[in-house]
Design a protein around this ligand. Sequence first.
Ligand SMILES: *[C@@H]1O[C@H](CO)[C@@H](O)[C@H](O)[C@H]1NC(C)=O
Ligand SMILES: *[C@@H]1O[C@H](CO)[C@@H](O)[C@H](O)[C@H]1NC(C)=O
Ligand SMILES: *[C@@H]1O[C@H](CO)[C@@H](O)[C@H](O)[C@H]1NC(C)=O
Ligand SMILES: *[C@@H]1O[C@H](CO)[C@@H](O)[C@H](O)[C@H]1NC(C)=O
Ligand SMILES: *[C@@H]1O[C@H](CO)[C@@H](O)[C@H](O)[C@H]1NC(C)=O
Length: 526
Amino acid sequence: MAQALSLSLLLSILAIGSCVAIEVTDHIDLWPMPTSVSHGTQRLYVSKGITMTMVGSTYSDEKEILKDAFQRTVDLIKLNHVVDGANPSSFVLTSVNVVVHSSEDELKFGVDESYNLSIPTAGNPLHAQIEARTVFGALHALQTFSQLCYFDFTSRLIEIISAPWTISDTPRFPYRGLLIDTSRHYLPVTVIKKVINTMTYSKLNVLHWHIVDAQSFPIEIPSYPKLWNGSYSFSERYTTSDAIDIVRYAENRGVNVMAEIDVPGHALSWGVGYPSLWPSDTCKEPLDVSNNFSFGVIDGILSDFSKVFKFKFVHLGGDEVNTSCWTATPHIKKWLDDNHMNVTDAYRYFVLRSQKIAISHGYDVINWEETFNNFGDKLDRRTVVHNWLDEDVAPKVVAAGLRCIVSNQDKWYLDHLDATWEGFYTNEPLKDIDNPDQQRLVIGGEVCMWGEQIDASDIEQTIWPRAAAAAERLWTPIEKIALDPRLVTPRLARFRCLLNQRGVAAAPLAGYGRTAPYEPGPCVRQ
Ligand SMILES: *[C@@H]1O[C@H](CO)[C@@H](O)[C@H](O)[C@H]1NC(C)=O
Ligand SMILES: *[C@@H]1O[C@H](CO)[C@@H](O)[C@H](O)[C@H]1NC(C)=O
Ligand SMILES: *[C@@H]1O[C@H](CO)[C@@H](O)[C@H](O)[C@H]1NC(C)=O
Ligand SMILES: *[C@@H]1O[C@H](CO)[C@@H](O)[C@H](O)[C@H]1NC(C)=O
Ligand SMILES: *[C@@H]1O[C@H](CO)[C@@H](O)[C@H](O)[C@H]1NC(C)=O
């Protein structure tokens, strides 16, 4: 291992270039970096029959969330190698004991995700210990554990180096999101599940599902069964049962699914099944503000959603509303005049009425930042404002006492292929927010994988590893975040290679998003 370590050290130095001398202190192969880590120098062997126990746990694992997660961990750490070395007689880790203090197994916003993990060197055999308040903290602990394990080609066993390990960890922000967009291109259920599973490797915890938009309406809405007539084809669809299955899959991994309908602007596809939602046959968006039916359909969708998407928040969009169809359509123009509204008033009326409907179904609302920029003081006080335009809106939102999610497009839009991982890593959600009460209103951040140029063929390499760079920013305490991203290049490169070993098509670090390998050479040098 000394050899492997010095090789990675050498590569680190090469990777950061020769012009600036930077001390390389970043040898711990964990991503995201935990709150506190200490370790020794002993090598351990993971028993081929490693088991999980739950001695001292209040949580009973009725839904087998933990049991399944442990089985996945055991499969994951093998990386598909044939583990056929002989078990040695000492330093063998035979079990992981998981103590979860709360019996609660419902994934809620702000759930305690902290954990402690210790891997001792004293005892024969050895037992690792995980301690967490909730099962969701324990899931994170298993992810960290999996990153400490590797297949050794001499012993042909799974090993853990640098034991004993003592790790104590808790996330910096409760909302650590990734957006996917299934309107611009359909994403098969298998692909969505793989994205969710990969999110857990870097401890992201919210899948923002931008399900429908102008281009297509792939999901079944039982209350308005012709809405998915707006799908691209009969096969590019999700049934309600598919959506329930995706949510369950995610929740069992500690990932919340937040659904979005983007109204009134991004909704042209809704009118394929219900043409009266369009202002007219020649002017098809935004949704007709003068037609009560528009709100009836929103009510039906959110009523159906509330049975599927149990997360505290629903996203109602509200961005990029071009109101020219409203003034160009005679019956809407008349309605505006009758109600003494101009288009700005009508935009506000639409957003606020939609918010009320969502709240009536038990949701807190997230809206894109244009709603705040246009009529922030009128938004429901529970609104979370989702930034995407400039990075200066978050300080204004929290100064106004509302909550905020940060996604400034210059740094955190994955579809911007010229946005580098360094930009993802250095984007600070609390920039220019010094007041601690206001800082707490920034619930987190989200990287956005808009789907115009993404489908099942290229989504993984466009998301990873850049989303993971943001994941460390959102998880790790600010004191442990490197000011100079070059200090973490080697560690992120190794995490990227781990993703590849796990079957995730994470792209090389060098250059921009979704790049091909640069030249022949080891994974960490690409
Ligand atoms: C982790 O250990 C510390 C120190 O013993 C303790 O204060 C903390 O409550 C533990 N955290 C969890 C999640 O068990
Ligand atoms: C919607 O699709 C159904 C079949 O799935 C079809 O019978 C119906 O005519 C379609 N309606 C519209 C308005 O396209
Ligand atoms: C408008 O729609 C709402 C449902 O969103 C319904 O309760 C109400 O009765 C409708 N009003 C009119 C005038 O049709
Ligand atoms: C708004 O929509 C109208 C009609 O569809 C279009 O002509 C115009 O270019 C749009 N404006 C912007 C700023 O996109
Ligand atoms: C709409 O009317 C409001 C006053 O109700 C005014 O402040 C605003 O500037 C007007 N907007 C437009 C686009 O005319």
